[in-house]
Design a protein around this ligand. Structure first.
Ligand code: ADP
Ligand code: MG
Length: 321
């Protein structure tokens, strides 16, 4: 595979005619911020065997890379504008695989907006690593931060929680699940909450996306806001598949609440706000003075969870799960 031919064939079309990408023919791209907007910058990388299963369809891996980044933009209230891709490609990856991967990125550019304006392509003995920098924009001064929640604010979450974590538990630990197709779809094709994020500008006091697990990511909001939070496990929104799985094995509640890969949004709304006016949003608790996240069962008793979400150990070449 020739690097320059590959770039020309697979990646140049993803520049989508964005003038500042210069057809991926220059050393760097040029981006002029629109007057009245801030640029929001984020990066997420995915590693074969750690963040995706190597036998996942390549288009799904391209989509996943896009969506983990789009989810961060959504959490900040930003709209996608441009992307930079670093691809470290092992000998096991052939041109057909890479074409599928690029097609997955292209489909998401069409659906969610923005253009691929540059990147780098290198060889590696393995595993495959793909790193994407996403650049979004928000009206000046409106980026939603992790800091800013106040005591008494509502803890809100979008969509459903735990589907992807149940899929991973099934794949890695053989856990029996209901509705496997739904769980797999949620794992492979998370839905970045861009419209909700935009609607939350000027409304949410704080927010982040749920990538490391609900309890851990809510913990990040608490830490940055200098607060604690209390949530009710029974109020956490579940898909029918997750609900059926949990009914058969109640011990999976910890997996649902602390597993990762949801790519939903968790955010703080002032108590006087009307969460019902937002689509697909559930209130699961409140921010409070103190620190840390308390989880209560239906009877109001505290639940002990064995994990507060994935932490990726740094400097270990093995599966961080
Ligand atoms: P350099 O010599 O600076 O490393 P390259 O020859 O790697 O430049 O890249 C040439 C052009 O192709 C640049 O515009 C670069 O941004 C783009 N490019 C290279 N790899 C990718 C990629 N994986 N995705 C998008 N653009 C890429
Ligand atoms: Mg290069």
């Amino acid at each position: 595979m020739d690097e320059f031919e590959t770039i020309a064939r697979l990646f140049v079309p993803l520049a989508r005619g964005e003038p500042g990408a210069f057809g991926l023919g220059d050393d760097a791209a040029l981006l002029t911020p629109r007057p009245g907007f801030d640029l929001v910058l984020t990066k997420d990388a995915i590693v074969g065997g750690v963040h995706f299963f190597p036998d996942d369809p390549p288009a799904a891996i391209g989509a996943k890379l896009m969506r983990v980044n789009l989810s961060d933009l959504a959490a900040k209230g930003a709209s996608p504008r441009a992307f930079l891709l670093a691809a470290a490609i092992p000998p096991t990856v052939d041109e057909a695989w890479l074409a599928g991967f690029a097609a997955g990125i292209g489909a998401d550019l069409d659906e969610f907006g923005g253009a691929l304006v540059g990147g780098d392509t290198v060889s590696t003995p393995g595993p495959a690593v793909f790193s994407l920098t996403a650049i979004g924009e928000v009206p000046t001064g409106t980026m939603i931060r992790r800091a800013g929640a106040r005591p008494g604010d509502l803890v809100c979450v979008s969509g459903t929680i735990g589907d992807a974590a149940l899929y991973v538990a099934h794949r890695l630990r053989g856990v029996a699940v209901a509705g496997l197709d739904h769980l797999e779809e949620r794992y492979r094709y998370p839905r970045p909450r861009l419209a909700l994020g935009a609607a939350l500008r000027g409304l949410a006091r704080a927010g982040c996306d749920v990538s490391d697990g609900l309890v851990a990511d809510l913990g990040h909001l608490c830490e940055q806001s200098g607060l604690g939070a209390v949530i009710e496990a029974g109020a956490v929104p579940l898909s029918p598949a997750a609900r059926a799985t949990l009914e058969r094995a109640p011990g999976l509640l910890a997996t649902i609440l602390t597993g990762g890969d949801d790519y939903e949004l968790v955010f703080a709304l002032p108590p006087e706000a009307d969460p019902a006016a937002l689509t697909d949003v559930s209130v699961i608790g409140r921010f409070e003075q103190g620190q840390g996240v308390r989880v209560l069962d239906r009877a109001g008793s505290p639940l002990e969870l064995d994990r507060t979400g994935w932490r990726h150990p740094v400097g270990r070449g093995e599966d961080a799960r």
